[in-house]
Design a protein around this ligand. Structure first.
Ligand code: FAD
Ligand code: THG
Length: 820
């Protein structure tokens, strides 16, 4: 019986694991109380991954969003009680280093902790031993101790949240198997089960690794791969007799031995061991047995001791007390892996009202539930979710083969030390530009992004690097980097270079409603003559930056949009009226950026159109021919040099490249890669969306207020910006995206490092690169407002690197190099 009359739309949540229960709590707390949670299994432990999760919560990692999710889980479960005990036990967390590489990485991780506001300490072997007396400390170089991490009691946390949600009107129906999703006109209308149909305005699939099965019912691809992971328990250890209260089970920190893909926790007088060291054990979610047919639980497969054997030796090496005991129970438990290791959240565009909250660890569950509830109830989450949104995947990243290969790879790499630029090695190559063969001939070193092969530098340019005097780099910063990038940057500033801009997302917006639509969706004024290009922002209703775009008006009713991620297309499609036709033209087209002081000398002889500054101004576009190739030429440059982006269809791409290459020989043209590109754009102060700014930031504090025209008429986000007033609106922390120059010309940072002001952490680096023209490393950081010239410190692998607040743009403030 419902205690209160339900309010809000009818919500059906599929799955009563930690995500479904947390979501019911968060939705009902926000006044949406007509919530029905269905599960095929019996409560309280319906048989999904949550039913046997050991509940380790380590909060710190490279993703600020995941850390924020986890921090909320700790805070919430810590205050939530079941059986008179909190649902989170702060035993602390200890990550061990047994190799110099890991020890260095823990220093980097301590930096993430400081950046995201997590208390962490690097500790020596003696302190590790004190924290975990069973350790053989001679194996250990040191550890990262996070005193506020610990153990979530997942099943009790489910119960406590169910009780709260129930008191507010939610109902939980176990033993209801969902068999279909009903829809009408692109919206969900009901959820069908073996025991009746449940009408719904919103349906959330919180079905864990069954996500693809529910997704198929809804016609939505859910890009996750279920994999089994081994968890085992030892026999009782005499060393732990009486050490722990059987109700909380543990008092020593949760322990990670990542060099051997292992983690540990106490279960009163036994030790639980999780291993990622074994071969990937994928599970087909479509063939998982029903609850009553499963031997134990549907998410639990029989333990395979042969897979555990090498790990057991590693355990005994680290914890010698285990030499006198054995494994008494174990299982292969199933949970979800995605191609990039991140959750899959959000509403499917093709089926409105159908939401996903999948591939979520217990660690992140409460934070995810809060974000999804905000998204559903308020229309937007307060946290930047771009790394987690369903819409982040390219079409080519949705195939079952891709999801299987990358998902399995995520399992293998889960504890590896991963460099921020390190690409996955398979499946590659997947997407290549038409210039790929030429790039290979030039010795391109490719990294991968969005499925594309992207040259980072070209070994053919190595001779150009010989005369350049560059400071040395530490081994980490030197990975996926080459001094050749400096030569490519210099050639761009001094002569001319070709950049493959094909992966830059391009959208075509056509039809009679196009202008009105783009005016409403973006912040700058686009009501200009055909031939104009405008830098503009996609804002959300709260004035947060969803993306930054270039919009070229090619004809009165035809626009080409330079965008950032697949989410941009999704966002625009959601809002597009019937008289606007929107499509992504990236795959069928290509783009070369021709940039540098000699760009005009290179291009002009290839076209009959006048490419002079007077005839073809800055931020203008026109259709012309380069030799035999019809192109759309746009005069703009993310690297801050004279030049054009030249677009054509994919079939003509190679011809375009060859034409430019040949004509460029007399000007010393080179091909240049993304490493130089990123350096040049940072010198120029151009923001990279997703790194430097997201929906959490508004244009003024991000330094792109110039792209907002408040007086052009209404647009999405306008009223929110008006309400905010200036950059330092009351109720928001005053902060600026701040340009920093490192004082020591030989110092480098890479991004996400903490920044200290007056000795205390005050913000974090968003992106950074050596500025080869400036002779200093450039770093952008979110910081409280500071005077130009103020001194700060950036922490890099535990070292405090001095840096100074600089004046933007750092390079060519008069724009003499571009506007000429
Ligand atoms: P689930 O708990 O799987 O819930 C989904 C529910 O959907 C299930 O109850 C299922 O019955 C129901 N369902 C599915 N299909 C249907 C249908 N058709 N109709 C009705 N109901 C349906 N995470 C951590 O953070 N820390 C850890 O230490 C940790 N250790 C782990 C150890 C092991 C061995 C395993 C397997 C996982 C571990 N995880 C850990 C991961 C964590 O358990 C999961 O990510 C998390 O529990 C997923 O929660 P969920 O609510 O999304 O899914
Ligand atoms: N090229 C094209 N589209 C793009 C990008 C691009 N869209 C996505 C992303 N990159 C957008 N980012 C920028 C950032 C800065 C500039 C262009 C694209 C830029 N800004 C000038 C400035 O700030 O001085 C001009 C601004 C203005 O005149 O309004 O050039 O690389 N096609």
């Amino acid at each position: 019986m419902n205690a209160v009359l339900p309010h809000g739309p009818r919500v059906v949540v599929i799955g009563a694991g930690i995500v479904g229960c947390s979501l019911a709590d968060e939705l009902t707390a926000r006044g949406w109380t007509d919530v029905t949670v269905l599960d095929q299994g019996p409560l309280p432990a319906p048989g999904g991954s949550t039913s046997h999760a050991p509940g380790l919560v380590f909060r710190t990692g490279p993703s600020r969003t995941l850390t924020a999710f986890a921090a909320y889980t700790v805070e919430k479960f810590g205050a939530l009680e079941a059986d008179g005990l909190p649902c989170f036990t702060p035993v602390g967390g200890l990550e061990l280093a047994t190799t110099p590489e890991r020890w260095a990485d823990l220093h980097r991780k301590a930096g993430f902790a400081a950046s995201w506001g997590i208390h962490a300490e690097l500790v020596g072997p003696a302190r590790c031993k004190e924290l975990w007396p069973l350790l053989d400390e001679s194996k250990v170089l040191g550890g990262l101790y996070t005193p506020d991490d610990g153990l979530a009691r997942a099943v009790p946390a489910c119960r406590a949240q169910r009780e709260r949600a129930r008191a507010r009107g939610a109902r939980f129906l176990d033993r209801h198997t969902v068999t279909g999703i009903e829809r009408d006109g692109g919206r969900v209308t009901a959820v069908v089960t073996d025991r009746g149909t449940f009408p719904a305005d919103h349906v959330v699939s919180a079905a864990g690794f069954w996500g693809p099965v529910i997704g198929r019912m809804a016609g939505v691809d859910v890009p996750l791969l279920p994999l089994a992971h081994q968890y085992a328990k030892t026999a009782p250890l005499p060393e732990l007799a009486g050490a722990n209260d059987p109700r909380t089970e543990a008092s020593r920190p949760i322990l990670r031995f990542q060099d051997r893909d292992l983690y540990f926790r106490e279960h009163t007088d036994r030790i639980g061991i999780g291993s990622y060291a074994h071969r990937p054990l994928p599970v087909d979610p479509f063939t998982v047995p029903a609850y009553d047919d499963a031997k134990d639980m549907p998410s639990s497969y029989p333990f395979t001791p042969e897979d555990f054997a090498p790990s057991w030796e590693d355990c005994r090496g680290l914890l010698p007390a285990l030499k006198d005991t054995e494994i008494t129970e174990g299982f292969n438990g199933v949970f979800s892996f995605t191609p990039d290791g991140m959750p899959v959240l959000g509403e499917a565009r093709a089926l409105r009202g159908f939401w996903l909250a999948e591939a979520v660890w217990v660690t992140h569950s409460a934070g995810v539930a809060k974000a999804v509830a905000e998204w559903m109830v308020d229309g937007r989450p307060s946290l930047d979710l771009h790394e987690c949104e369903l819409t982040r995947f390219e079409d080519a990243q949705r195939s079952p083969a891709y999801v299987a290969e990358r998902g399995a790879r995520q399992f293998v790499e889960v504890y590896d030390v991963i460099h921020p630029l390190q690409p996955m090695d398979r499946p590659r190559p997947l997407r290549v530009s038409p210039f790929h063969a030429r790039q290979q001939e030039l010795g391109a070193v490719f990294l991968e992004g969005g499925g594309w092969e992207r040259p980072h530098w070209y070994e053919a340019n190595a001779p150009l690097a010989e005369g350049i005097d560059l400071p040395g780099r530490d081994a980490w910063a030197a990975r996926h980097w080459s001094p050749v990038a400096a030569a490519e940057a210099r050639a761009t500033r001094e002569r001319v270079a070709l950049y493959d801009m094909t992966p830059l997302r391009r959208l075509e917006v056509a039809g009679p409603g196009s202008l009105a639509f783009l005016q409403r969706m973006t912040s700058n004024n686009l009501a200009k003559k055909p031939g104009a290009v405008t830098y503009t922002l996609l804002l959300d209703e709260a004035g947060g930056i969803r993306s930054d775009l270039t919009v070229a008006r090619l004809a009165p009713d035809l626009f080409q949009v330079g965008a950032n991620s697949p989410a941009d297309l999704d966002w625009l499609l959601r809002h597009a009226p019937d008289d606007v036709h929107l499509r992504d033209i990236t795959s069928g087209t290509c783009c070369v950026g021709v940039w540098g002081p000699l760009a005009r000398a290179l291009v002009q002889p290839l076209t009959r159109d006048d490419f002079s500054h007077e005839a073809f101004g800055y931020f203008k576009a026109r259709q012309t021919c380069i030799g035999h190739v019809p192109v759309t030429a746009m005069r703009l440059s993310y690297v801050g040099e004279l030049g054009w982006e030249l677009y054509t269809s994919a079939d003509l791409g190679l011809r375009l490249w060859d034409t430019l290459w040949e004509a460029g020989q007399e000007h010393g043209v080179i091909a240049a890669g993304r490493s130089a590109f990123n350096s040049l754009r940072l010198e120029k102060g151009y923001r990279a969306w997703g790194h430097d700014m997201t929906t959490e930031h508004h244009p003024h504090e991000a330094g792109v207020g110039f792209a907002v025209r408040m007086n052009k008429g209404d647009f999405v986000g306008r009223s929110a910006l008006e309400a905010l007033g200036g950059p330092d609106a009351p109720g928001r922390p005053a902060r600026r995206l701040t340009p920093l120059l490192l004082d020591d010309p030989s110092a480098v940072v890479l991004g996400k490092e903490p920044v200290y002001v007056d000795g205390a952490p005050a913000g974090y680096v968003t992106s950074a690169s050596y500025g080869y023209t400036l002779g200093r490393c450039v770093a952008y950081a979110w910081l409280p407002p500071l005077e130009t010239g103020a001194g700060v410190h950036i922490e890099y692998f535990g070292e405090k690197v001095p840096a100074t607040v600089a004046e933007e743009p750092l390079f060519d403030p008069e724009m003499t190099r571009i506007r000429r």
